[in-house]
Design a protein around this ligand. Structure first.
Ligand SMILES: [Zn+2]
Length: 228
């Protein structure tokens, strides 16, 4: 079959109530003739922070109804994760996989991850936004980031210094869209990231330097995020 917009929308409604507890708002729908993907979830962010989602399904090839349905489900999992801003390690990270496995098991589906070049880039929110981050190493050696709400920087800065379980905290400014996936916190909340991920994603970030109640942007960090 070659799906139409009406068909995609009908499937979306059906799966939303069946598999997602009707917790997804209806996005925009589009069918395309792309050969580079089966389906794609696109998220656009406006300057005011509001987001528009669009579910794209390709009808470039004649596919079985099962494949089209699983494509819609696959994109709906992306949508759910984006919509609720659930941090995951990658486009098809552990959160994606566990939702996929759950739906496959409960509803006898065959959703797969067939990685298409560039899909990770396309499905994620790639807008450049300012992130105020604290790269953190805990006393037990675990590492991660705290993503500060803009209005809470000084409070969180103090809290990091006072928190005994944190052995090192390095405050940084980054525009890397990788960090778009983490909700900004008003409280101390660390998202775990491995040291090599931190090094990779924070390359080029600038150090934040605080004097009293003023913070200024300092030099780019060198290779190592944490001083050793
Ligand atoms: Zn995907």
């Amino acid at each position: 079959m070659r799906p139409t917009v009406d068909y995609i929308e009908r499937k979306f409604d059906e799966f939303n109530s069946l598999c997602f507890g009707s917790r997804l708002l209806k996005p925009l729908f589009r069918v395309t003739n792309a050969r580079s993907y089966l389906g794609k979830m696109v998220c656009r962010s406006d300057a005011d922070g509001s987001r528009t989602f669009e579910l794209l399904v390709s009808r470039a090839a004649d596919r079985s109804e099962n494949v089209v349905e699983d494509t819609v489900l696959h994109e709906m999992i992306h949508y759910y994760i984006l919509y609720y801003r659930i941090p995951d390690r990658s486009a098809h990270g552990p959160v994606f996989r566990s939702m996929m496995d759950g739906i496959n098991r409960s509803f006898g589906r065959g959703i797969t991850i067939s990685y298409k070049a560039g899909e990770a880039e396309q499905s994620a929110d790639r807008d450049k936004r300012r992130h105020l981050l604290c790269a953190v190493r805990l006393a037990d050696g675990r590492t991660g980031v705290i993503v500060s709400a803009g209005t809470r920087l000084l409070q969180l800065w103090d809290a990091v210094m006072q928190e005994r379980s944190i052995s090192v905290g390095v405050w940084l400014l980054s525009y890397n869209p990788f960090f778009n996936r983490f909700p900004r916190s008003r409280v101390l909340k660390m998202y775990r990231l491995a040291p090599e991920e931190l090094r990779k994603e924070l390359a080029g970030a600038r150090r934040l330097e605080r004097q009293g109640s003023s913070v200024r942007v300092g030099a780019k960090i060198s290779n190592a995020v944490f001083p050793d």
